[in-house]
Design a binder for this molecule. Sequence first.
Ligand code: C5P
Length: 230
Amino acid sequence: MTPDPRLIVALDLPSVEAAAAMVDRIGPAASFYKIGLELAFAGGLDLARRLVDKGHQVFLDFKLHDIPNTVTRATAQIANLGATFLTVHAYPQTMAAALAGRGSGGLQILGVSVLTSADDQDLAAAGYAEGAAALVARRAGQARDAGLQGLVLSPLELARVRSLVGPELRLVTPGIRPHGSQADDQKRTLAPGEAIAAGADYLVVGRPITGHADPRAAAAAIAAAMAHPA
Ligand code: C5P
């Protein structure tokens, strides 16, 4: 079994032990893992190092946003872990600061345009004059202009954002649900083959794999669907 390097499994699990056991259960069906803030604060940075040592790729979903000096220095520390992807909020200052800190070790910076939990009303309440669609487009353009390596976005935004940023930026999308699986709390989803056909370079998948009775079989089935985009 050869893993599809475009499939990223979200390790949204409460402990390092549970996450490491999940990686073992998935075995050769995946090679790229996402660690978020919950696991990071429960010892997940050590797990990230261990995964990198084992030859896996790691996506650190930390969504950094602070003054430039702090973002640059934090990014430089994160680069030492050997991760492949790090997320930052797609503010021009923050993106430039992260790029300044990533060094030459291969860490790629991904911008989070607008959180999918925020709708137009939430943005207005936070003082934004633009709605979510316009803000996603603005920030995608700013990410491209900053020289960012990629963007995280909803699968339903793929086609529009791809047309705005061109072929260079890596587009990474959560909100993936295989046909016939439950949506959980995801509201705007695409199936794996559909997301690849819509222009995704990487898919982030959590519960359809980690909540499955056979995580290895679930990951393998998603990889098979990715191989036949439709
Ligand atoms: O379990 P599920 O497949 O829904 O997991 C999706 C992963 O992608 C989670 O780690 C979630 O935090 C992340 N994510 C998301 N929507 C975004 C950004 C990140 O679902 N807009």
